[in-house]
Design a protein around this ligand. Structure first.
Ligand code: ADP
Length: 636
C-alpha cells in the first residue's frame, strides 16, 4: 500500500517534471523562434538599408556619368560642321598637305575635348583623317563601316556606341555625327571616342560597380576583373550581333562565376560559385538600376557580412534587452507575490497570535478557577484531616488507655506473683521472730527481722520500679551529649565488670553527639542493658566482651549498639523480651521489668529499643536516639 502511494507520488513528480521540461522546451523553442524572427527582420532592415544606399550611389553615378558623357554629346556635330572638314570631305581627299593639316586639327581638338580619339570617315566607313595619325596604330586607312555608330550617323542621326577599340584594343564610348555638304548630303562621319577609364573612376562609393549592356555583358566596372563577364547567358542572336559589330574581344566574354542565392524584394543575394576564382569575397547584395544615358544597366555589389554581423549583434542585444525586461518583470512579480505572501502570512500569524492569546487567557482563567477549586478542596480536606487527626488523637488516647489497662492487668498479675511470695516469707519470718523472742533467742529473732527488712526492701524496690513503669507525667526531653550517660552507666557497674573480667571495647567510636533525651533516664537504660549483658556473660566461660558501636540509620537518628558475648536470646523468649515481668533469671535475681521500662523510657525520648542475636553468638541491643540537630544541618 505504502509502495503504491510512493509510486503514485513518484509518478506525480515525474509528470510534473515532464510538464516542466515540456514547458521549458516550448519556451526555448519559442524564444529561439522569436530570436530568429527578430534576426530576420533586423537583417532585412539592414539589407534594405544597404539596398537604399546602393541605389542612391548608383543614381549619383548615373547622373555623373550622364554629365560626363553629355560633354561629348555635341562634339562630333561641331567637328562635322567645321568648314575645313566639310570642304576636305567634299573634295578628293588626297592632298597630303591638307590631310596632315586636318590631322593636326583633329589632334588639337581631341586634346581640347579630352577624348581619346577623333576621326573622320567617308561614306564607306574608311578613315581619312584622325587625331591619332601619329600613333603606332593610327585609324587612318581603317574602315569602321561595321560599327553601329557609323551606321547611325550615315543614316543622318547622332550615333552612340560602346565597345572595344578594334585597332587600339582599348574600351571606349563612341559618339558620331554625319558630315554634310552645302546641299545637306551626307559625305562622311565624324567619330569621337571617349575612354572608359575616367568613366569607371567616377565610382567612389562602397561596393563593386558593374555596368552591363543589353546582353548582360559587363563593359564598365570599378574592378577590371569583372569586364566582359556575362551576368546571364548570351543568346545566339546576341552573339551574332557581337560578332557583326566587333564590339568586344569575344574570347574574353565568359559567364560570371556568381550565382543568385536569394531574390529579395528589391535586389538579390549573390555568392561566388564554388570552385571558380573568386570575384566576390562571400555573400553580396546585388542592386541594379537602369542607366538611361547609356541604355545600360548599372549594378552594385555590396558585401553583406557587416550587415549580417550588425543584425546578429542587434538581435542579441534585443534578445538580451527583452530577457532583461522579462527578468525584471519576473522579479517584480515575484517580489509582489512575496510581499503579498508575507503580508498574508503576517496577518495569519497575528490572527493566530490573537487566537492563541485569547486561548491562553481563557486557559489561565480556567486554570485559576481550577486552582481555586483545588485550593478550596484542599482547605476542606485539611479541615477534614485536622478533625480526623483530632479524632485519631482521641482514639490513640483511648487506645493507650486501654493498653494501659491491659498492662495494668498484666502488672497486677505480676505484682500478685512477685509480692505474694515475699509477703508470705515476711509473715513466716515475723512468726519465727516472735517465737524466737518468746524463747529469748534474740540473735535468731534479729536474723529473722533482718530477713524481713530485706524482703520489705525488695518489695519496696518492686513497687518503686512499678512506679517508674506506670509513670504518667510527661518526660522532659533535653539536649544532651551521648558519651556522658554511657560513661556513667559503665562507671556505676565498673566493679561488676571488672569482677567478671568483661572487656569493654569500641567506646572511642561513640561520638559525643547531641541527642534528645533525659540524662537520668538514659543512664538508667544503659545501666540496665550493661547489667543484663554482664548477667548473660556471667553464664559463659569463654571470653567476655562488651562491644559498643554506633549506626546511622538515617540523618536524624543515631543508634548505639551494645553487643555481648553471652548466650544470646533464646528463640522462645524473643517475642516476650520487652514484656513486663518477663525474666529468665532464677530466684530473686530478675523481675523482668528492666527491658520493659527501658523501652518505655526510650520511646518517651522519641527513640526506641530493640534486640536481636548476633550471627556470631551473643545478643545485641539497639538503642535509637533522635539527634538534636539533624545531620544535614550539621553539615552546613
Ligand atoms: P531481668 O533482668 O530482671 O530478668 P529484664 O527485663 O532486664 O529483666 O530482662 C528480661 C530477660 O531478658 C532476662 O531475664 C533475660 O532472659 C533476657 N536478657 C536480657 N538481657 C540479656 C542478654 N544480654 N543476653 C541474654 N538474655 C538477656
Amino acid at each position: 500500500m505504502i509502495r503504491d502511494a510512493l509510486a503514485r507520488l513518484a509518478e506525480k513528480r515525474l509528470t510534473r517534471w515532464t510538464a516542466l521540461a515540456l514547458v521549458g522546451a516550448l519556451a526555448g523553442v519559442l524564444s529561439v523562434a522569436a530570436l530568429w524572427a527578430a534576426y530576420v527582420s533586423i537583417r532585412d532592415w539592414q539589407f534594405r538599408d544597404l539596398d537604399e544606399q546602393a541605389r542612391r550611389n548608383l543614381d549619383l553615378y548615373a547622373v555623373e556619368l550622364g554629365l560626363t558623357l553629355a560633354q561629348f554629346e555635341a562634339v562630333p556635330d561641331l567637328i562635322a560642321k567645321h568648314p575645313a572638314i566639310v570642304s576636305f570631305m567634299s573634295g578628293s581627299k588626297d592632298d597630303p598637305v591638307e590631310v596632315e593639316r586636318l590631322n593636326r586639327l583633329l589632334e588639337t581638338m581631341n586634346a581640347e575635348v579630352g577624348s581619346s580619339d577623333v576621326y573622320v570617315m567617308d561614306r564607306t566607313g574608311m578613315t581619312f583623317i584622325a587625331s591619332n595619325w601619329r600613333s603606332a596604330a593610327p585609324f587612318v586607312g581603317k574602315s569602321f563601316e561595321y560599327r553601329p555608330y557609323f551606321r547611325q550617323a550615315l543614316a543622318g542621326g547622332r550615333g552612340r556606341f560602346f565597345g572595344l577599340g578594334t585597332t587600339s584594343g582599348v574600351r571606349g564610348h563612341f559618339f558620331s555625327a554625319p558630315v554634310r555638304d552645302g546641299l545637306g548630303r551626307i559625305i562622311g562621319v565624324v567619330a569621337v571616342k571617349v575612354p572608359s577609364g575616367p568613366l569607371e573612376d567616377l565610382w567612389n562609393a562602397p561596393g563593386t560597380l558593374i555596368v552591363t549592356d543589353e546582353l548582360g555583358i559587363v563593359f564598365l566596372s570599378s574592378d577590371p576583373a569583372w569586364v566582359y563577364g556575362a551576368l546571364s547567358e548570351v543568346t545566339e542572336s546576341g552573339m551574332a550581333q557581337l560578332i557583326a559589330t566587333r564590339r568586344y574581344d569575344l574570347e574574353k566574354v565568359r559567364p560570371l562565376p556568381i550565382r543568385i542565392q536569394a531574390q529579395l524584394p528589391l535586389g538579390a543575394l549573390v555568392e561566388p560559385e564554388e570552385g571558380s576564382p573568386a570575384l566576390l569575397d562571400g555573400e553580396h547584395l546585388m542592386v541594379s538600376r537602369k542607366v538611361p544615358v547609356m541604355a545600360a544597366t548599372g549594378t552594385v555589389l555590396v558585401p553583406t557580412a557587416d550587415a549580417r554581423f550588425r543584425s546578429l549583434m542587434l538581435t542579441l542585444l534585443t534578445g538580451f534587452a527583452v530577457a532583461s525586461l522579462w527578468l525584471v518583470a519576473l522579479a517584480l512579480v515575484q517580489y509582489q507575490q512575496n510581499l503579498s505572501q508575507r503580508r498574508r502570512f503576517e496577518a495569519e500569524r497575528a490572527k493566530h497570535l490573537e487566537e492563541w492569546a485569547g486561548e491562553l487567557e481563557a486557559r489561565v482563567v480556567e486554570r485559576t478557577r481550577e486552582l481555586r477549586q483545588a485550593n478550596d478542596a484542599l482547605s476542606v480536606e485539611i479541615g477534614e484531616r485536622e478533625s480526623m487527626a483530632d479524632r485519631l488523637r482521641a482514639m490513640q488516647g483511648d487506645l493507650i488507655q486501654s493498653e494501659k489497662l491491659a498492662a495494668l492487668g498484666k502488672i497486677s498479675a505480676g505484682i500478685n506473683h512477685e509480692l505474694n511470695q515475699p509477703i508470705g516469707a515476711v509473715l513466716a519470718y515475723a512468726d519465727n521472730a516472735r517465737k524466737f523472742l518468746e524463747r529469748g533467742m534474740n540473735d535468731r529473732a534479729e536474723e529473722n527481722l533482718k530477713e524481713i527488712a530485706e524482703l520489705c526492701d525488695r518489695m519496696g524496690r518492686i513497687v518503686r520500679d512499678l512506679k517508674v513503669y506506670s509513670r504518667q507525667e510527661p518526660v522532659t526531653v533535653e539536649v544532651l551529649g551521648l558519651r556522658k550517660p554511657l560513661g556513667s552507666a559503665l562507671r556505676i557497674l565498673r566493679h561488676r565488670i571488672s569482677d567478671l573480667g568483661v572487656e569493654v571495647t569500641g567506646l572511642e567510636t561513640v561520638p559525643d553527639i547531641q541527642v534528645l533525651g533525659a540524662e537520668t533516664g538514659l543512664t538508667q537504660v544503659l545501666t540496665n542493658l550493661v547489667s543484663n549483658a554482664a548477667d548473660a556473660m556471667a553464664e559463659n566461660d569463654g571470653p567476655r566482651r562488651l562491644t559498643v558501636s554506633v549506626d546511622w540509620p538515617d540523618l536524624s537518628t543515631i543508634t548505639v549498639i551494645l553487643a555481648d558475648t553471652g548466650p544470646g536470646i533464646p528463640e522462645e523468649s524473643q517475642e516476650r523480651l520487652f514484656d513486663p515481668f518477663f525474666s529468665t533469671k532464677k530466684g530473686e535475681k530478675g523481675m523482668g521489668l528492666g527491658l520493659a521500662i527501658s523501652r518505655n523510657v526510650m520511646r518517651s525520648f522519641g527513640g526506641d529499643l530493640s534486640a536481636r542475636n548476633r550471627p556470631d553468638g551473643g545478643a545485641a541491643f539497639y538503642i535509637s536516639l533522635k539527634r538534636a540537630v539533624p545531620m544535614s544541618a550539621v553539615a552546613e
